[in-house]
Design a protein around this ligand. Structure first.
Ligand code: FES
Length: 128
């Protein structure tokens, strides 16, 4: 996605809401939080759950499957599943925590546009 593409109508999103939008066969999550729009992949980096079926709290989305949490501002992992102890250790070995892919956003003339992918969060910034 090199150019900006219209994906939504600004007025259709109340603050604190999110939904799936399909663009060229790519599932995106469009969210409005704290007065701003955020766009990310709709598929969870853990095992592909649809984040649009999860919950949005401020800029943090929680996956409905295993409750991983990601900050939509930059995709950083807030929590990698809600598993604990040895189960979490095994899960992290099997699927190393990775950030959610997020995209640049523009809002113009009442429409929301998705742009190129934002730079990924540096591994060093992850809490693991
Ligand atoms: S698929 Fe999202 S937390 Fe497992």
């Amino acid at each position: 996605m090199g150019d900006f593409i219209q994906v939504a109508v600004e007025a259709e999103f109340m603050d604190g809401t999110m939904r799936q939008v399909d663009v060229d066969g790519h599932e995106l999550l469009v969210a409005r939080a704290d007065g701003e729009f955020f766009i990310a992949d709709n598929r969870c980096p853990h095992l592909g759950g649809r984040l649009s079926k999860g919950e949005l709290d401020g800029t943090v989305v929680t996956c409905h499957l295993h409750h991983s949490m990601f900050d939509l501002r930059d995709g950083r992992v807030v929590r990698w599943t809600d598993w604990t102890g040895p189960v979490l250790t095994v899960a992290e070995l099997a699927r190393h925590p990775r950030p959610l892919r997020t995209y640049q956003v523009r809002v113009e003339d009442g429409f929301v546009f998705v742009g190129p992918e934002q730079l990924p969060v540096a591994e060093a910034e992850l809490p693991y």
